[in-house]
Write a protein that binds this ligand. Structure first.
Ligand code: ZN
Length: 156
């Protein structure tokens, strides 16, 4: 799940709302091969300079694969599932590379446990808090066709 080393990879084009692909339900990853790892590498490269998370549907791939790149966490996870969460909701102004110019506060659990698979198909689970937990929940929404602009939250 933790990605230590990444060879050079290509930047991918990011789909922008209201692209239909962003509204589809992504399918479970079933093959953990080098093309999945290449995709993850390219996704990471794509957000290297201006993002902290990305979901595969944002680059036109309808598979349940997400990348999280926060100051404390470098994560690639396939088929992520929210296993449990705290009772406390928090919200920060969230941006999204697929919704340029939008900043929306979306209620998110401040602590979560997520399970999923690393890029080699090994099942993992981990606890995440605050920013890491928020980004994970944001990316999970993408896998279900949901965007921050759907929220009734306060538009900043
Ligand atoms: Zn997003």
């Amino acid at each position: 799940m933790l990605v230590e080393e990444w060879p050079p990879a290509e930047m991918l084009d990011i789909l922008v709302h209201p692209d239909d692909t962003l509204r589809q339900l992504a399918e479970e990853v079933s093959t953990f091969d080098s093309s999945l790892r290449d995709l993850a590498r390219c996704m990471r490269k794509t957000i290297e300079k201006n993002g902290i998370g990305l979901a595969a549907p944002q680059v036109g791939v309808l598979q349940r694969l997400i990348i999280v790149e926060t100051p404390e966490l470098s994560l690639a996870i396939a088929n992520p599932v929210l296993v449990s969460h705290s009772r406390r909701l928090v919200s920060i102004p969230e941006g999204c590379l697929s919704c340029p110019g939008e900043q929306v506060r979306v209620p998110r659990w401040d602590e979560i446990v997520v399970s999923g698979y690393d890029l080699h198909g090994t099942k993992r689970s981990m606890g995440l808090t605050m920013l890491d937990a928020i980004v994970l929940q944001h990316e999970l929404d993408h896998l279900n066709g949901k965007l921050i602009v759907d929220e009734n939250g306060v538009q900043e």
